[in-house]
Design a protein around this ligand. Structure first.
Ligand SMILES: [Zn+2]
Length: 247
């Protein structure tokens, strides 16, 4: 039977620590809690790492976080060889915040790229130092310097980034919200989570379950490292932190 873990990061991506109770242990040695601040790998964003502090003061290092049988079940995978907490035990969770914050900045940067390059997305992958977004386009006609300049305009404008929940019906009436070519956001749960950028979402809004920073300014300096040809009709954009390298 799959558990339903309360996913606190969905409403507050800035929670670095919280208390939770162990509600299950999986056959693989994974730990399931009643609630968590650990993001589980999905939508191109890697899951969180961090640690649990036990009631006896001991620590359990968490190497990865994944979803279980359902998307609502979140499983924390400990580093091998540690004593595990027992069902019913209370633990204090801490995520590796510096890593998560880099992922939040990068994830928001991917949204900005989809604003600058408004083409169907075929894939995306967020990482701490380098992220990629694949677009279904034969040729962008864009130079990476131009894309970088437009991304930095959005960063400097310091637009707010916020979450808005809409109903399945509202979502069905606005098919233009979806930018992914192959992936449809989960429907049937009654509501869809939109990530909005700008006052009244004037810059962008799209369904997404990931974690993002609270404003475009917090993304910081980024640049397009490369635009690669991945097929006749596919282009891969690589986003990196910092200023473009000087040749
Ligand atoms: Zn997102």
């Amino acid at each position: 039977m799959a558990f339903r873990t309360q996913a606190l990061f969905r409403d507050d991506a800035y929670l670095k620590t919280t208390e939770a109770e162990v509600v299950g242990l999986t056959e693989r040695g994974g730990i399931v809690l009643d609630r968590t601040i650990f993001y589980a790998t999905s939508g191109g964003q890697p899951g969180d790492t961090g640690s649990f502090e036990r009631t006896d003061g001991g620590h359990v290092a968490i190497a990865a976080t994944v979803t279980g049988e359902t998307k609502e079940e979140i499983i924390h995978l400990p580093v091998d060889g540690q004593a595990l907490p027992v069902v019913g035990e209370k633990v204090r969770l801490s995520i590796d915040w510096p890593r998560r914050h880099l992922l939040m900045r990068m994830h928001a940067a991917c949204h900005l790229l989809s604003v600058v390059c408004p083409f169907p997305i075929t894939g995306a992958s967020v990482a701490e130092n380098d992220s990629r977004v694949d677009f279904d386009i034969p040729d962008t006609g864009y130079a990476k310097e131009e894309v970088t300049a437009r991304l930095m305009e959005l960063v400097h404008a310091d637009h707010p980034i916020f979450i808005r929940w809409i109903s399945d019906e509202e979502f069905a009436a606005n098919p233009g919200l979806v930018k992914s070519k192959n992936v449809r956001p989960p429907s049937g749960t009654g509501r869809i989570r939109l990530v909005c950028i700008g006052d009244n979402a004037i810059v962008d809004s799209q369904p997404c379950g990931g974690t993002h920073v609270a404003s475009t300014g917090e993304v910081g300096e980024i640049h397009i490292g490369k635009i690669e040809k991945k097929g006749r009709e596919n282009r891969r954009f690589r986003i990196r932190f910092g200023p473009p390298p000087v040749n």
